[in-house]
Ligand binder design. Sequence first.
Ligand SMILES: Cc1cc2nc3c(=O)[nH]c(=O)nc-3n(C[C@H](O)[C@H](O)[C@H](O)COP(=O)(O)OP(=O)(O)OC[C@H]3O[C@@H](n4cnc5c(N)ncnc54)[C@H](O)[C@@H]3O)c2cc1C
Length: 216
Amino acid sequence: MVKIIEPKVEIITPIDGDYILKHLELCARNCYKSEDKITTDSAKNMIKKLLELGHEAMIEHFSITVKLTTDVGAYKDLTRHRMASFAIESTRFCNYSKGKYGNELTFMRPSNMEKGSDIYNIWYKTMEMIEKSYMEMAAIGAKADQLRMLLPHSTKADVIMTANIREWRHIFKLRCAPAAHPSVQEIMLMLLKEFRKKIPVLFDDIPYGKTDNKAA
Ligand SMILES: Cc1cc2nc3c(=O)[nH]c(=O)nc-3n(C[C@H](O)[C@H](O)[C@H](O)COP(=O)(O)OP(=O)(O)OC[C@H]3O[C@@H](n4cnc5c(N)ncnc54)[C@H](O)[C@@H]3O)c2cc1C
């Protein structure tokens, strides 16, 4: 039976929000030689000012790595971001007919279909057919390289992604917006929520979802 799972986000880089702000402040103050103005609580205002001025090159001085469990469609969207670095589960090398993968295909719950609806049921039946063909081809010796030709956008993909804070802000602005595909929107909104929780100021101005900018 096919496995259907939920999207997941994990921040790999250890995060100390106050440290990040102080680190960025130190970098920025080198421009103005105003290191003498650093106090225990000067970083927040400094970072707010940088964002207001659009002096965003300064916030490139800290990078964050995350692990996302998402679908192939969302990862195709994310890998268009050229300032980020990626390590992605390879359907060329992972043969899901093997015991290590539970002898099954794993698909992401589609974020734009209601479970139990006619549309969802057709989607589910198709995933089952794909899994059946995958296992049949594997049983007669097809390699992962060949098997992956069957895999759809809904296939689960583990994505490790690293970007600096300026690029993360850019990605969130594009991918949390209503125009983005629902799969990438869902995973990026989950990540934005975590970033906002852990890091002061830097992500507060990015719209969170369609209507509620304070939800995170
Ligand atoms: C709603 C939506 C729909 C989309 N639809 C399509 C589609 O139908 N077809 C399609 O092909 N793509 C599509 N895309 C992808 C889009 O075209 C971009 O490739 C993707 O969003 C990456 O954005 P970016 O280039 O701004 O950012 P990044 O690659 O993350 O780069 C960050 C920033 O660095 C700068 N930069 C990076 N590289 C260069 C460069 N070579 N020259 C100058 N400046 C650079 C730019 O300021 C850029 O904004 C879509 C994206 C969105 C959000």
